[in-house]
Structure formats: C-alpha cells, structure tokens
Design a protein around this ligand. Sequence first.
Ligand code: SF4
Length: 762
Amino acid sequence: MPASVPNWSVPDVFEPDGTEELPPELTSNADSSPASLTVESPGGSKQRDLGNGAAVSGSGPTAGGVERRVGKGSGAAKSTGTATAGNRTDVEPADLSTLLSVAVEAVGGSERDGQTAMAEAVDNAIASGEHLAVQAGTGTGKSLAYLVPAIRHAVTAHTTVVVSTATIALQRQLVDRDLPRLADALADSLGRRPTFAILKGRRNYLCLNRIHGNAPDEPDEGALFDAFAASSLEREVRRVHDWASDTETGDRDELVPGVSERAWRQVSVTGNECLGAHRCPVGSDCFAEQARNEAGRADIVVTNHALLAIDALDDRPVLPEHDMVVVDEAHDLVDRVTTAAGGELSGNAIKQAARKCGRAVEEEIADRLNEAGEGLEFVLGETEPGRLGEPSRQLAAALSGLRDAAAACVNALGPEQREDVESGSARKLALAPTQEIQDTAIRLLDAFEEPEQDRRDVIWISAENNRPPSLKVAPLGVGGLLRERLFGQRTTVLTSATLALGGSFDTLASQWGLPPQREARPATDTATAQEPTSDESEPSWVGLDVGSPFDYPRSGILYVARHLPKPGRDGLPDAYLDELTELVTAAGGRTLGLFSSMRAARQASEQLRERLSTPVLCQGEDSTSQLVDSFAKDPATSLFGTLSLWQGVDVPGQSLQLVVMDRIPFPRPDDPLASARQQAISARGGNGFITVAGTHAALLLAQGAGRLLRSAGDRGVIAILDPRLSTARYGGFLRASLPPFWNTESPDVVRGALRRLDEAAG
Ligand code: SF4
C-alpha cells in the first residue's frame, strides 16, 4: 500500500507526494498488492502470490432450437465455412505459448503475465479435466487467454468448445471482434482457419413457417381492444415480413430498428412450439435449423447462460456435442440458471393459452382453462404479495382446478398425429404453453405438500411494477443441478473480473455446487501442476487469481463517507445530496452515479440539476446506450442510474473519473428468494446473511467499482456514501471483494484529489 496520498497534480503521473501518511484506520485494509489476494477467507484458506501476478489455491475433496451465425467482422469465417471433416488438419498445431504470442500480436497488444498464467491454467484444465475458476481483473485480456487454448483444443481434438456469456455486449465482442481476428491470426499455426458460431434460443430467429402463414397468429389482448395498438402491431409485423426476404440469418438482433416483443412473438416460436424440421414444410430452409447445423460443425460456439442452463436442464440437448465449457461473466451464472429453472403462473398467460387451445380443441374444454386462469387471477389479487409458506384454501383449490383444466386440454390436444401443417402448427402452439402451465401447477402443489423448511423450491406472489400479480417458483439453490449437469458432464472454466469474494472463491463455489477449497498450495505449485484431488466423487477444481495489470493503489481511491448517517428508507437524506454535490463539483462532472433504486437516481438527478452548472443525465430519459454515448462524449456530463449501469458501462478516459454509489447494494429484505436462501443457510448453521446478502452486495459493488478503471491510463475515485462499509462488521468482507484501491475516509482528501484530476484533464 502506498504510504501517502496519491498526487494527481501532474497529468499522467500518479505518484505519492511523500508528505502525507495514511491515516491509521486505513492501514488495516487488505493487502493492496494488485497481484495477490492475501486476505484470510471466511474458511481460513488463502491464496498465494505466484510471483507472475497470479494467485492460486486448490480445491478441496471434503465437501461436497438453436442457431448459428457464421462469424462476421473480417468475414473470413464465412469464406472458410464451418469446420467439416475436410477442414481437419494433419499439421501439428503450434504450442500454446507460440499461439498466444501470435494472437497477442495480431490484436496489437503486448504479452501480460496474468494473461499468460490464465492461458496456461485453461490449457491445464483441458489436459487434466480439473475445473478452473479464474478471476482476471480488467485489462488482463481474458477472452484471448481462454479462446487461444480453447481453439487449439477444438482443432486438435476435433471437438467443439462452448463459450457462454451473460451479456449480449460480450457475445458481440467475441463474435464480431475477437474470434474473427483470432481465426485469421491462428490459421497458419493451426494448419487451418478455426471456425466459430453464435448460438441462441429458437425464439431469437424468424420462423419461416409462421412467415408463410401456416401457423395462427398469437392472441394479443392489447390489440383486441385498442385500434391504435392493432395498427402499430400490424405495421411492425409487416416490416418483419419485408425483412424476411432479405435476411440471411433471421437473427432478431440483425433487424434494425427492432420490433416490440409482441410483434416478434407473431413471427417466431420457442423450441417446444416448433413443428420439428422433419415435419415443417420449410424445415430445410429454416434459419434456426441452418444455424444449429453449422454450430454442430464449429470449433467454438458462443452462447448465453440461459441456453447453457436449458441445455443442462433439458433431456433434449440444445447445444451441439462438446467436451468443454468456458463460462465468462461467471458471477452471473447462478442468477441466470435460477431464472431458467424457475416457473411462473399468471392469469394473462393462462388465458392466452386457453385462446390457443380454443382453436384446436372443443370450446368447452378450452373455456374450462380460461375460467381456471380467471380463478387464479382473482385469488392472487386477494393475497398479499411475498413469499408463501402454506397456501390458503382458495389458492390450493385454484391451483388444483388449473392443473386439471390444463391436463384436460393437453389430453384433448393429444399426441402428434397425421394432420395438415396448419392443424399441426396450431396444436403445437397450444400444447407448449398449456403443458408448461400443467407442469408448473403440479410443481407448486407438490412443493406445498412439503413442510416449508424441507422444500427445494421457493414460492412467492410477485406484483412488481404495478403489473397484475403472478405466482412464481424458483429453486432454493442450483448447486446440485450445476454439479450434476454441468461439472459432472464436462470440463468447465469459470471466469470473471469478480469471483473471489472477500478474498476467497468459496462463496461462489458453494453456490455452483463445488466443494470448498483445501489449503492453499505453495507458490511454486502453479496452476499448470495441480495434482488431482483424492476423492473421485467430488468435482475437482482449482481457483486462480491472475490479478490485473492495472496499478490500483496508484490509479484509484476508494472513499467511504464514514461521517454520513446510515441510509434510510425514505429516499436520499439531505446529507447525501450535499456530499454528492461536493464530489461532482470537485470532479467537474465526469461522474457515474450508481443508485440502489430508480427513485433515488431520479431524486439525485432532480436535486443536482438545481445545484450544479454541469449537466446530469438520468437513466430512463433516453435509451441506455444513447445516454452512455452522450455521457462518454462530454466530460462535464454526469450520468445517474440503477442496476443495468452497474455492469453495463464501459467508458475509458476522462469522461469517467468518479463513480458514486449511494448504498451497499444488499437485496431487499423482502426479496423472497434471497430471504429463503438466507434462512436455509442459517438453519444449517452457516452465515446466511454473508453468504446470500453479502455475496449479492459484494458482486454488485465490485462490478460497479469495475466501471472506473477501463484502461491503464485511467485515474479516479470510487465514492461509497454508505458509512456501513467502514463501520459494520461485514464491511471488511465487502472491501476485500474490491480491487486494492488506495483508501480514505476524508472528504477533504478525496475532493482535493478529484480537483487535481479535473485540472489535469483540462
Ligand atoms: S422448423 Fe419450421 S416451425 Fe420450426 S422454427 Fe423452423 S420454420 Fe419454424
């Protein structure tokens, strides 16, 4: 840790001024070395500095309708085609280090220790079959570090590697930028040009069967009663029809400008609604099928966590045969899998399913389902939103009635028959949602049979954003599922800038279903030389922190406004608004404000517009991408918003030199899933608060803090207005989850630093 306050008076120089000693209370924070995490984990394990910027620790054996788009960008993926048997090479591919050098040179970068350590660890995971969790800070170049060994493996072993991301932004970066450049660069060294594809759920592609009018339109309640809505829907659908004759991929993301969700529903199908290529009259031209076939021949298939989860959950595989998965943005995996494994019943969805059934079965049977939907809607409207222990008599009766009505429709729709295409399409479109309703009703009734403390599912009534109430169900945990269906099936590499929470991988590992880490291995025992764990029944894994090339203690300050009151329930206190005003003024704008609610973001925007001479933008006033664009272009502008900005803003340079967070982003106390998970862990003797709420907050804090330094020359301040980060017992865990910034609690020190930074930027 530097011994003095960073001096930002000299542009591009971030040197200690050598005069001001750190206040004593700041010296107790975690080791600030950027290359190691030496904080004691809650379980007592440590990670070791490997000397090359990597920290490693071992795992413990004691606990326990898809489509492919051929790569764009350079366009070469398309010209080389997909990997077929004819593409296989007899040339001995170059070794990893040569390939990595070639790749780094091709993208115009320089070799970095952390990137090399990560690439070697991924290569070792491929060779040993041992799973790998690797934390790689911003600037490591982690996509190259996993893509190069993954491509080498796919080409040499004639197999496919799946890369899964949480966000569309990263998916695009991989498919439009990284993979085309790598494929070009590595072709000679590998003996052929590697191929890649992007794979999405079937709903993301145009269904030609619908475009050709072989399937009935979706019932649309808004359009039924509103002539304006009907004509705007009609216009959107007509535009998609025009586009259908031009597009080569049918990929919704390539339709610009896009169309509303209800319009897209009219021209697409889910995997369960699809007729199947063998029965579909346009199956041979189907965009989804073509992409799926090409994906099956690609070396690298890029997909998202939702599809990865569906592939793991479903007995019918939706991803092509593969022997290795790289999960990037792995900090989001549990949430995405939880969503995919959840279910929902709403009156509206049930009535829509009934209308679809009405086209294919006797009216009386479909009416019964419609009435059951109305019955459930009524009961939900009479019940307080929140988590459900025991169902009321009315709710249990409504669910039983719904289960039976849905079963009657499913029986009447019957199995696949010899029928014409239109009848077959109508039957499929009705069967898929009705079957889902029946399955969810059965799942809920079964769960209610069990005592609440023994349930694997959490059930709650949701009434968010003034929408009609719905009944939701989600698994209490997804560790068992991931352990069996992901880690149990193939070698998995999990990576993100944020995985070691509180200095340890154990918290996230337990959510993934991996055993806790055993004692740290010696520094000489690198990730390339791990012995397998002794208990064969446990998934064996390695945790590795390759640090970041950024000099955090010299580039950034973590400021905690310890003198402020704790955040309250009724909006931002005046003291917070005063502090925010001072900070933004000192920074000359250049501020990203990350708030825990839209209400707080709006309140801060309104108040600061009155107090400041620099512009303030607020999320929701325009599209988020437009707002981020305006923010990036004008350094004097500040941007305030909530959750999507915590992870989605990438603005390097002088437009972003201050990130302010109003409070520690714990989940709401009435969040049904978080509170159920918390209670379950506490009941087993664990620390439910830290494991659930602490993990949630630590992940978001680290993601939010990650917005500040986006390139090696960036400088700035993370300001946390919530004093609990310094005063509460859990504060140490949260601070240890952040990069090793220089710390202060002094408003004068931080404002001085911001002013110097503003002056230096000019
Ligand atoms: S196979 Fe036919 S029904 Fe299925 S998505 Fe393709 S075009 Fe649509």
